[in-house]
Design a protein around this ligand. Structure first.
Ligand SMILES: C[S@@+](CC[C@H](N)C(=O)[O-])C[C@H]1O[C@@H](n2cnc3c(N)ncnc32)[C@H](O)[C@@H]1O
Length: 248
C-alpha cells in the first residue's frame, strides 16, 4: 500500500500521447454515474455492482479490513512517517481548503489534512475502514460510498473541493473498467481551478498510460507528473506515479 515517500524505478511513461475522447463520452460517463447515484438501495442492490478489487479481497478474507486498520494504527503508534501525501496536498492549497479523500481507507491522509486545518470529506467503499476513520479522525466527515458512483449531494454535501486526493494505490484496487468513471466522479466534485491528485505503483494491473487515457475520458488533463510524494520528477523508468490533474 501507500509508500508515502517512494523513490522510483520501473515502468510507465509520463507524457505519451493520450486518446482524445469526445465530450459525448464524458457526458455518458457522467449520466451513468448520476443514474447510479439516484437509485435507491432497493433498486440497486449491492449484488448489481461490480465489486472493487478491494471488496473481492475482503470477501475472500473478512478479517482483511480489521487487519489493515490495526496495521496502520500500529505504525502511527510507533511514530512512522505516514504523512508524505498529506504534506504535498497541504502545500497545494491555502488554510481552510476543502479536500476530498477518495478511497480514504481508515483516514490516514484525510485525517492528517483535517488536523492541518482543512475541511475534509473521506469516501470509501469499505464500512469497516470508514468506522475506524470516524473513531480515529472525528474532525473530518466520512462517507461509505463507491468512488466510481459517488454523488456527495446525495449525502448532503453540496460544495465542491479544492483538491481530490486518491493515495495509497486506490486506483489499483478499483474494479476492472471503472477507472474512468472514478476519475470523472472526482472531476465532478472539483471547485473551479480544483485539482485531482492520484498516486499508485506500477506493476499492479493499472499503468500510467491507462491513467492518462482514462483521465482524458473523464475530462482531466495532467498538470504535473511526479514519481514520489516528495516531488521527484516522473521519468520513463519510475515505478510510482503521483499525477496532478486538472479539468480540461
Ligand atoms: C490500500 S487502501 C488505501 C487507503 C488510503 N487511501 C490510504 O492511503 O491510507 C485502498 C482503499 O481503496 C478503497 N477502494 C477500493 N475501491 C474503491 C471504490 N470503488 N470506492 C471507494 N473506495 C474504494 C478500499 O476500500 C481501500 O480503503
Amino acid at each position: 500500500m501507500g509508500r508515502s515517500l517512494r523513490p522510483g524505478r520501473g515502468s510507465g511513461k509520463a507524457g505519451g500521447p493520450v486518446s482524445q475522447r469526445s465530450g459525448a463520452a464524458r457526458a455518458t460517463l457522467a449520466a451513468d454515474a448520476r443514474r447510479r447515484a439516484a437509485r435507491t438501495d432497493e433498486e440497486d442492490p449491492v449484488s448489481q455492482r461490480t465489486p472493487s478489487r478491494w471488496e473481492q479481497i475482503v470477501a475472500a478474507n473478512p478479517d482483511h479490513s480489521a487487519w489493515y486498520v490495526e496495521r496502520f494504527r500500529a505504525m502511527a503508534a510507533r511514530g512512522d512517517d505516514l504523512h508524505g501525501e498529506s504534506r504535498l496536498v497541504d502545500a497545494m492549497v491555502p488554510r481552510g481548503s476543502r479536500i476530498l479523500d477518495a478511497g480514504s481507507g481508515p483516514g490516514r491522509v484525510g485525517g492528517e489534512l483535517a488536523r492541518r486545518g482543512h475541511t475534509v470529506v473521506g469516501v470509501d467503499v469499505d464500512p469497516v475502514l470508514i468506522e475506524a476513520a470516524r473513531a480515529d479522525h472525528p474532525d473530518a466527515t466520512w462517507v461509505v460510498d463507491d468512488i466510481c458512483e459517488m454523488d456527495l449531494t446525495a449525502h448532503g454535501i453540496d460544495e465542491g473541493f479544492d483538491v481530490v486526493v486518491s493515495a495509497g494505490n486506490v486506483m489499483t484496487f478499483l474494479a476492472e473498467g471503472t477507472h474512468a468513471a472514478a476519475l470523472e466522479r472526482m472531476r465532478a466534485h472539483l471547485r473551479p481551478r480544483g485539482r485531482v491528485v492520484v498516486g499508485f505503483g506500477a506493476g499492479r494491473g493499472y499503468e500510467v498510460r491507462e491513467l492518462l487515457g482514462d483521465a482524458r475520458t473523464a475530462g482531466l488533463v495532467p498538470d504535473l507528473m511526479l514519481a514520489t510524494w516528495d516531488l521527484r520528477p516522473y521519468e520513463s523508468d519510475s515505478d510510482f506515479v503521483v499525477a496532478v490533474l486538472r479539468a480540461d
